[in-house]
Design a binder for this molecule. Sequence first.
Ligand code: NAD
Length: 391
Amino acid sequence: MVEHNFLHVFLNTILAKREYVNMKNKMKKTITILPGDGIGKEVTQWGAAVLQTIGQVFDHEFTFQEAAIGHHAIEQYNNPLPDETIKACQEADAILLGAVGHPIYDNNPSLKVRPEQGLLKLRKTLGLYTNLRPIYIFDELQAASSLKAEVLKDVDILFFRELTSGIYFGAPRERSADRERAIDTLVYTKMEVERIARKAFKAAETRRGILHSIDKANVLESSRLWRETVQEVSKDFPKVKLNHMYVDNAAMQLIRDPRQFDVILTGNMFGDILTDEASQIVGSLGMLPSASVGDQVGLYEPIHGSAPDIAGKNIANPLATILSVALMLDIAFDLKKESQTVFDAVNTVLKNGFRTYDIADATTSENQILGTNEMGEQVIALIKETTAVPI
Ligand code: NAD
């Protein structure tokens, strides 16, 4: 059994409210599934199937309700986040999201209602200000990375990306009447930086005790506030070694020597870009899960988008979504054993040599390359196999 650092290291300490759960108790939970667009439906289907299997084998009652978001919701309701969806999310114990986005909006500024607005509004409405993105390398996938094996060994990074403020939310955001000037606004308040910084420091305390705060304080006033605030918070965590790093340097260091990082704390846009870059350490966007938490219900989603180039072809990698379910079981429901079971099943499938095309390499044989559905089936079969009661 692999000890999966990305699940066990931070969870006890960062969540504001936790419910004590007796492992023997049957748990009843409602999960709202937001498939969204493109490959979203294909991958969330397997996330839900894994949850259902975990419910069956560990005797929990998981109830699912599906709601619309993104382009799919615009088509149905002319609204990327209908009120019914918000309600279904607020009433749930956890949310599983696929992805939003559709190519018809690319290069078409006349379309004012856009899929991404739905996700941004959902994050804001639910106060999901902390986005956790573990960068964990499965041994078997080292060949799928574009980096050398010696650079990759033992990489284990936990990103804390601020999710409900910064340049993606600041106002004004507008275009001049002659359309020749555009403005976006980058705003952070001390409170917004402090609350996520505390969570990141607490996590670092339980890991290797190193925190890199990424900013652009040599240029941006909002970054100077970020840095000052992080420095203030650090006084309460004397065991954690704080390093400040400019974002341009961080982008380079992540590829040069990713092992130097333990916890990375950063703002919304810098975190968006750096975590996509970090996905190449792991080998594919299709392997990276995430959890977005605040003080209410949490949202669990793969970090990839709707991947219109591969949608509907049964080739999307469902493992990022399945690993997001592992995060959900641990963070939202405190079901450590169940979460570990999902993680172990993914690990074993990879050990058995199975790959979706995005993580296949020269050593993968034709019959080991699986489609989305076949990969989902493999994970479920392994969960059943490893949890079966011996006769
Ligand atoms: P993307 O993540 O959708 O795809 C980038 C590349 O990675 C593509 O080549 C894609 O085929 C591949 N890829 C992504 N997920 C994969 C998986 N599970 N298995 C195998 N390959 C996978 O990013 P993009 O192309 O920049 O964006 C496409 C759309 O998704 C856009 O509309 C964008 O706005 C949206 N988007 C949404 C989210 C989200 O919902 N959280 C995040 C990022 C992008």
